[in-house]
Ligand binder design. Structure first.
Ligand SMILES: [Zn+2]
Length: 414
């Protein structure tokens, strides 16, 4: 790890708060005009590569008066050693030997909590945190009202009634998806030029404008018309309310906008993020007491093996984001759990479980006890379903699965 510059007391406290209790943090207080500081700087940098389980920071005393006065730094360079948020040692002067032996005195190669993530694992895990804010879109009453205003709500509800006159959730889901796929949303590959009616090519990465960013676009694709060279933009909007207007996109936009539609019509859903870059949804159907796979781009319901068997995708992590929980549902979408587990090498399994449990606890904050109980029961049912399905796939044998792309494998309801 390279040496990281720290500018404020707030930044320094943040690093200490996030560090494992066993992690040594060494701070080099230096000044740009100081000769000995310049001499020791590359040596300090080199040490940071040697001691991977320590954090190396540097503070420019002239730029960061608040940190240097907090620790009473009077001579440069000064090295402070912290562990578990406490100052454990100090070395004054550019003394390589003293710095090295002090590191060795306090250094531990293993974290206090064996299930806490390493720096590499942390970087990998960040992608799973990104989707936790999505629920704000799907629980927004204004967004839901906007979604209802563009869908034929009455007609969909009427069409989905059973003989008793009650709305059948499964029928409602099917009808909503049919309408969404056939009458509402379109697939976007590349734009057609309005002047030349020619397809544009490109899809180069551009910078989103302020307006595009306000609608949640962190990326924009730029296309050039093959006829007149005019430029066309395709902002990748993240705000599903904006997608109610644009009504186009790829799987990300489809699953995002459809999640809002589901929530607007009163079906409970989850957004499924798959690290191999596809996304889809799941809907909880009460009469079936289970989460059902839904792929709005494909207009496909309850065919969880569509990706691994149908598309030969090598899935490794499929994570479900509900409005009040997060869940690992990878095992529903693969036929060979063992092979899949081998592909999950970026982060140790226990570390991943620990991470997801924490993320889930954070998302569940504010849930009633009753709701927590419901979620726990559903998770248990989910795990049993996945295990039973996997056993079945192993028994039948992969090649003989034929056109069976999954779906309910256990008998009645639990
Ligand atoms: Zn053109």
């Amino acid at each position: 790890m390279p040496v990281t510059a720290v500018r404020t007391l707030y930044e320094l406290t943040d690093v200490m708060d996030r560090a494992d209790a066993n992690r040594l943090i060494i701070v080099d207080f230096y000044a740009v005009w100081c000769g000995p500081c310049r001499h020791i700087s590359p040596i300090f940098e080199q040490m940071s590569a040697e001691f991977g389980n320590a954090t190396f920071l540097k503070v420019d005393v002239d730029q960061s008066r608040d940190i240097s006065s907090r620790y009473g730094i009077t001579a440069m360079p000064t090295f402070l050693f912290f562990k578990n948020k406490a100052l454990v040692d100090t070395v004054r002067g550019a003394n390589e030997h003293a710095i090295r032996s002090t590191i060795q005195k306090h250094y531990s190669t293993t974290p206090a909590n064996p299930n806490s993530a390493s720096d590499d694992e942390k970087r990998f895990l960040e992608q799973f945190v990104r989707h936790t804010g999505r629920r704000n879109y799907y629980t927004d009453e204004v967004f839901k009202a906007l979604a209802r205003s563009v869908m034929p709500e009455e007609e969909l509800l009427l069409k989905s009634k059973n003989e008793k006159g009650e709305v059948d959730e499964m029928e409602l889901l099917r009808n909503l998806m049919d309408w969404f796929k056939n009458d509402f949303f379109t697939w976007f590959d590349s734009p057609t030029c309005e002047k030349c009616t020619l397809k544009a090519s490109g899809g180069l990465a551009g910078t989103p404008t302020k307006n595009e960013q306000e609608d949640g676009a962190s990326r924009v694709e730029i296309f050039i018309c093959n006829g007149c060279n005019s430029e066309m933009r395709f902002p990748r909007y993240n705000n599903p309310a904006k997608l109610l207007q644009t009504r186009t996109g790829r799987c990300g936009e489809w699953a995002n906008c459809f999640a809002l539609m589901l929530s607007a019509i009163g079906l409970e859903s989850r957004y499924i993020f798959d690290t191999t870059d596809h996304v889809w949804n799941e809907v909880f159907i009460n009469s079936e007491n289970r989460w059902i796979h839904v792929d709005p781009c494909e207009n496909i319901l309850d065919r969880p093996l569509l990706y691994t068997k149908g598309w030969s995708k090598q899935l490794s992590y499929c994570i479900a984001y509900g409005n009040d929980h997060v869940s690992d549902v990878t095992w529903r979408y693969v036929y060979d759990a063992k092979l899949t587990a081998q592909r999950r090498y970026e982060v140790r399994p226990a570390v991943f479980e620990n991470f997801l449990a924490k993320l889930n606890a954070r998302q569940m904050e504010g849930c009633s006890d009753e709701r927590k109980k419901t979620l726990a029961v559903r998770r248990a049912v989910d795990l049993i379903e996945m295990a039973v399905a996997n056993e079945k796939y192993q028994k039948i044998g992969w090649e003989k699965l034929g056109d069976d792309l999954g779906g309910r494998t256990t008998g009645g309801c639990f």
